[in-house]
Design a protein around this ligand. Structure first.
Ligand code: PMP
Length: 354
């Protein structure tokens, strides 16, 4: 039986994608070869890479606007240092909204002076800081659009005259934004885009070439741009499955359609969290993430009962992250509304039982 998968990442992908991706392991494009045994230089795979790059830019509304799409390895965590390696001359500003922002700050400090413009650490990152100012004498401003662990999401992005860099690992392709405001966007594939193993980097070319340090080839965005994301062997299968998922997003009506469904799912669940006296939401209401809903039991003594209920109902991955406790329902693009309804029904059942 297919489980209701609320895992935070790697996570659920569309069933259609799983089917097509498994077929390609046996026979890719009726070639008599598995996708796992072909050269990354073969015409069939080069076409996959090109389509994945084109679809990414197209879905984000960034085609023909001076951006390149790269599919790199090393996870979003490698981007924490690549961003600084390639863009930090002297000073950069970072907004600290959680574990991942903190890790990005730590890496960037190896390359220059980092100004943390604001942090929500005082309240265990349950909100997004709003009133802060960004200095002018910086090389770029970095933020994390969606905080996977704490369940907060930036609804607005600050205006800055300097390049705007964003880690969108856990909400890319989930909501409409003016993506042209951003100069560099990165996202590990393993949420809304595909399996673990590749990281999408969308980069405005004109922000490069400003630092004077020597950059090792693999760490240099220019290297990967120059070789169309084929400088070394890319994560062939991860890029292929990402491409299938991007096709799926497009066929369903693009980001707009994803956002409509994501908002429906999130509204349903958050309404129940607020209505049900046994539960309380973790994140500040105005900053709640539609991707990752974090909530706790008011009385932890019901934990054993509730955990048994959801596990028996075929739900996977509802446990909260250790730094928040309680529960986290990750509702990425591919999670059906019916799965959210199952959790809500269980929350109501618990209320009746108690
Ligand atoms: N940023 C965010 C917002 C994340 O959620 C994660 C991982 N879940 C990362 C960065 C790190 O990604 P990776 O494991 O691909 O390095």
């Amino acid at each position: 039986m297919k489980k209701h998968n609320f895992s935070a990442g790697p996570c659920i992908l569309p069933q259609e994608v799983f089917k097509e991706a498994s077929q390609a392991i046996l026979d890719f494009n009726n070639s008599g070869l598995s996708i796992l045994e072909i050269s990354h230089r073969s015409a069939d795979f080069v076409a996959v890479m090109e389509e994945a790059q084109t679809l990414s830019l197209e879905l984000l509304g960034l085609k023909d606007k001076g951006y390149k799409a790269l599919f790199l390895q090393g996870g979003a965590s490698t981007q924490f240092l690549m961003v600084a390696y390639n863009l930090l001359k002297k000073k950069a500003a970072y907004l600290n909204t959680g574990t991942w922002s903190s890790k990005a700050i730590k890496e960037a400090k190896l390359f220059g002076d980092i100004k943390e413009v604001a942090s929500s650490k005082d309240k265990n990152f349950n909100y997004i800081p709003k009133s802060y100012s960004i200095p002018d004498d910086i090389d770029y401003f970095h933020c994390t659009s969606n905080n996977t662990i704490f369940g907060t999401q930036m609804k607005e992005f600050p205006a800055t005259s300097q390049p705007l860099i964003c880690d969108m690992s856990s909400d890319i392709f989930s909501r409409e934004l003016d993506f042209s405001k951003f100069d560099l966007i990165y996202a590990g594939a393993q949420k809304n885009m595909g399996p673990a193993g590749t990281t999408l980097v969308i980069i405005k070319e004109d922000i490069l070439g400003k630092v004077s340090r020597e950059i090792p080839s693999m760490m240099n965005y220019a290297t990967h741009i120059g070789k169309d994301s084929m400088f070394n062997t890319p994560a062939v299968y991860a890029v292929y499955v990402s491409m299938l998922t991007l096709r799926w997003i497009k066929s369903k009506g693009g980001i707009k359609a994803m956002e409509e469904l994501n908002n429906k799912k999130a509204d349903l669940l958050y309404n129940e969290i607020d209505r049900n006296p046994l539960f309380k939401g973790f994140a500040a209401k105005e900053d709640r993430s539609p991707m990752n809903a974090t909530f706790n039991l008011v009385d932890d003594s019901h934990k054993e009962t509730f955990d048994k209920m959801w596990k028996d109902a075929g739900i996977n991955g509802l446990n909260g992250h250790r730094s928040v406790g309680g529960y986290r329902a990750s509702m990425y693009n591919a999670l059906p509304l019916e799965s959210v309804q199952v959790v809500i029904d269980l929350m109501k059942d618990l209320e009746k039982k108690i």
